[in-house]
Write a protein that binds this ligand. Structure first.
Ligand SMILES: [Mn+2]
Length: 563
């Protein structure tokens, strides 16, 4: 999938069925045993092999018994693909993977007469055995009467299209690298089945993955679906079961797992489809409906944002998004991705594009999340006029409707007066949340990362170290502990409960003074370096990077109240 599972893994609840996890292990052991039996009864001496790559992530829990030659080959392939292609080359293409669906899924009956399916596998620099295993699984686990074709879309890999033979299907190669969104669009345009499943090529489908998807789309062609991913570890390729979650995002538009709405949990049946604000990137849709609702934004570059754009658009313009727990796909989480190393600049650009077209005045939240000046970010987002016309043509609802009805957990960030880096008379030093986990903010060389992003609110709170996008998350508030010279940083809700001194007076270019204790946040020269302290105000002045003017705040608030 497109998005950033590895960045947001903390969100995921995993089931701990070690029996399932050890399947591949058993498989490996039995293979090894056979090899040894072939070689006769000679008892092999266990040789100690030198570890050539003690720091490589590949060998952390795998590869102890490889020769030096094999280690070299495995490491080379790992550097190239971001996963263990060496092991993949040695596993059967039809290896068994555990059935990780909720138990009730196996009892479900699906109609015989279902729409036909085109499976689109997009890839860039993928190991041949990984692609072949994906194809083999799709052919083995999709009823032949339903599988119309498999389409491979190669986004200009350096290793070419290989010699894969497809009985039913197509191979398409981009003549230059166009990015994930374009690769998905290329596959969709070429497809002829009733339904398209647009997947990554580093996946293995589970048993009966297609039927629940096709049955749901047969019921309602305006629903765009996503299967549930299991994680395949990049090093030992073991399948780790993930439970179903909704797919959400933060205001920077990084994707993240999200709880379903309360109605889903009330069903007490984890095999039921759940509504979702967005998709992670891979998707299943009625082929024609997908076109009617504007497919994907072809102006997206390389990576990121297109999944959120799809989610918002589908909900606002007459469709909906669901996660289907009975359809599972195991997905290799790469250690590193083949696209550009600095993905964040691309995600930022794409996120601003989504904001401009779909978020009305809430687009400012995306600018705040990326620490850009409101209404003046200066970043080229390409031409969005066609997407704006599409929004009009489809008569889509305002973004407020999405916030109210689809993703009410998004925090609205309405009460900001200023945000960004805070610094004082040492221009190269900034207020920083300090070593985590800790509760003492410090002065540190300005590096512009989120540990130095500060937010000053209308009620006098001052957050340090980033701002949360969701109502269930807590920010960290600057407090005056009342004694000592060190300022403190506490979760705002705890600070509020404990009635800590957490409200500050601050105007651009002025002092930062606590309302209760009247002490000021100031800098003193320590023995070696300047230190951040609380003390009797001496008139030290501070500036915050971006100020939200009264006029802008007024527009923004009025806009929100009007709806
Ligand atoms: Mn992927």
């Amino acid at each position: 999938m497109c998005c950033c599972l590895q960045f947001r893994e903390g969100q995921v609840k995993q089931t701990k069925d070690s029996a399932l996890l050890s399947t591949v292990d058993l498989m490996k052991k039995s293979e090894k045993k056979e090899q040894e039996e072939e070689k006769g009864v000679k008892v092999k001496e266990k040789k100690l092999v030198k570890k050539l790559y003690p720091n490589s992530r590949l060998f952390r829990k795998w590869g102890d018994d490889l020769s030096e030659e094999e280690q070299k080959e495995a490491e080379d392939l790992f550097q190239r693909y971001g996963y263990n292609a060496f092991l993949s080359d040695r596993l059967p293409l039809n290896r068994d993977i555990p059935d990780t669906r909720p138990p009730r899924c196996a009892e479900k009956q699906y109609p015989e007469d279902l729409p036909s399916l085109s499976v689109i596998l997009i890839y860039l620099d993928e190991a041949l055995s990984v692609i072949k295993r994906a194809i083999r699984g799709i052919i083995d686990k999709t009823p032949a009467r339903l599988l119309r074709e498999i389409i491979l879309v190669d986004d200009h890999s350096s290793n070419g299209l290989f010699g894969i033979q497809l009985a039913v299907g197509l191979k398409i190669r981009h003549s230059e690298q166009l990015g994930l969104t374009q690769a998905r669009l290329t596959g969709w345009k070429a497809a002829v089945g009733d339904v398209v499943a647009i997947l990554d090529a580093h996946i293995e489908v589970h048993v009966q993955w297609a039927e629940p998807l096709l049955a749901r789309i047969k019921e309602d062609r305006t629903v765009i679906l996503t299967p549930v991913f299991d994680k395949v570890d990049f090093d030992d390729l073991i399948v780790i079961p993930y439970m179903a979650n909704a797919d959400g995002f933060d205001w920077a538009l990084w994707c993240r797992y999200e709880a379903f709405r309360p109605e889903w949990y009330a069903l007490e049946d984890e095999s039921q489809p759940g509504k979702s604000p967005s998709v992670m990137g891979i998707l299943v849709a009625d082929r024609k409906f997908f076109g009617e609702i504007g497919s994907l934004d072809g102006g997206m570059k390389t990576y990121g944002g297109e999944n959120v754009e799809l989610g918002i658009r589908v909900w606002l313009c007459g469709g909906s998004i669901e996660v289907i727990p009975c359809s599972k796909v195991a997905h290799i989480e790469r250690f590193h991705k083949p696209y550009a190393l600095d993905l964040s600049a691309l995600v930022r650009r794409n996120a601003l594009r989504v904001a401009e077209v779909w978020m009305d005045d809430y687009k400012y939240n995306v600018e705040v999340a990326w620490n850009l000046p409101i209404g003046n970010h200066g970043i080229d987002i390409g031409d969005v006029s066609e997407r704006k016309k599409l929004r009009e043509r489809l008569k889509c609802k305002p973004f407020q409707w999405y916030l109210d009805n689809v993703y009410p957990m998004l925090e609205l960030l309405q009460d900001l007066l200023g945000y960004g880096l805070i610094n004082d008379r040492w221009p190269a030093k900034c207020v920083d949340q300090g070593p985590a986990p800790g509760s003492t903010p410090i002065l540190y060389g300005c590096h512009f990362f989120s540990s130095q992003h500060c937010y000053y609110l209308t009620d006098g709170k001052l957050y340090i170290g980033g701002i949360q996008s969701h109502k269930y998350s807590s920010n960290n508030c600057l407090v005056d502990p009342g004694s000592g010279v060190s300022p403190g940083l506490y979760q705002c809700n705890l600070a509020q409960q404990k009635k800590l001194h957490m409200f500050w007076d601050f105007k651009q270019g002025g002092q930062i003074q606590n309302r209760d204790t009247k002490r000021c946040l100031e800098v003193v020269l320590g023995d070696l370096y300047p230190r951040l302290v609380l003390q009797q105000c001496s008139g030290q002045r501070w500036t915050i990077q971006h100020v939200i003017t009264a006029q802008k705040r007024y527009d923004w608030t009025v806009m929100n109240y009007q709806r």
